[in-house]
Design a protein around this ligand. Sequence first.
Ligand code: FUL
Length: 498
Amino acid sequence: MDRRTFVNMASAVSAAALATGLVRPRASLGAALDAALGARGMPRGVSRKAVPVLPSKAQAAWQRRERAIFLHFGVNTFTGKEWGEGKEDPSIFAPAALDARQWVRAAKQAGFASVVLTAKHHDGFCLWPSAATTHSVAASPFRGGRGDVVREFTEACRAEGVGAGLYLSPWDRHEPSYGDTPRYNDYYERQLTELLTRYGALTEVWFDGANGEGPNGRRQQYDWPRVHATVRRLQPNALMFSDAGPDIRWIGNERGVAGDPNWCTVDPAAVPYPGVDGPQIIAALQHGDPAGTVWRPGEADVSIRPGWFWRSSEDAKVRSVDNLEQLYYSSVGRNANLLLNVPPSTQGLLGDADVRALSGFGARIAATFATDLAVGAVMSATQGGATAKAAADPDPDHAWFAGTGVTEASIEFALEGPVRFDVIELREPIAAFGQTVESHEIAARTDGAWMVIARGTTIGNKRLHRMEPLTADAVRVTVRSARGDLRLSRLGLYARPR
Ligand code: FUL
């Protein structure tokens, strides 16, 4: 059959769907968007006037990496506490077999492209020999007081070709100047500057919003604009994470579950600074804002254990491969990145149970996505059929374009024969065109009958639908509404390993 036949078939299907009420005709949002936004900086070949909000190059690259490992490590590893008090004696920090290459290799082997280490947690103990304090590895027995965990970590990342990120807690329960706002802000700036200038390029700088009392019982007012400017100046390619970005936003919980819908765009006024409280904050973090003016994709941080720090009593509570796989679908599969915490032990090594789970998870994801079962399919679409085959190739920038002003359309893959699958992958070409899809529906044809098998809201960088295995010889995605021109860069079908 030639392409025209398929396009016609797709139109017929769409007409049938319309008749059954599966697809409702609607007015395009395009005109309203055009009126609101005017014409500026459009990607080539697009005649609409809407100005899409787009990721920076670094944000788009980060979103494609999709998975990072978090390493919570410090004096808490040796006390079993989650939040150290700042009174810990540095002599307790004695990881006898520390091997940062082991951490990074385990991450890489499981498909994680970057790793973020807690250079300083709320207890104030520094994993590097900071000149700003004596409360650091320099006062510990580690490597005879000449050790530097941040150096070993960043060198291991470089050697393994994995991105390195650092967490520097603003809340500091040890530092006496904490709560004396200008003095502590200078102290924090010194520490940040050390981390940003001594260890080469960083991919991510992680700020949590905790703002408790210091050793003097006082609260600190952080100078976020100054912090952000320092990172931009010293590490222009590093992305900053916090509740309030500016580059990556917290997803609003520590369970690894992104919102549905989940937009990469936000209204920056909705979460104005890290740690802000309020009734709408969590919803804003979970969902983003379709009308947002700033690109700030979500990151879902979650631990492989009940706590963020290692303790032997939780060795039997490491998440299973099935559980980790579920986290992947609820984070990456909902247009967020996954930041999975796997904390080193008192030995300075990732534990056997953690490494086993991590590598089983990596193998599960790799096996699931190794073979796209849609390969060989013939693509057609209700609109923009000439570009439909771009949704089959893995290049995330190469997309089916339904047409200028088109915000509702279907794309259909006629498979070579009946195929059994249980995962569907959808993507939008966010790097060049941002995020537009608001609502979509997937139908499959089995023994000649079409059946809706999944419904969803946003797509963005990646949307995964996991379902009971089914066998079908055609799959159709209908985008029911979009905020701008409709494009899909990927429709993939996969089978989880049995
Ligand atoms: C929070 C901290 O209070 C927790 O201890 C942990 O580090 C988590 C990732 O961020 O803000």
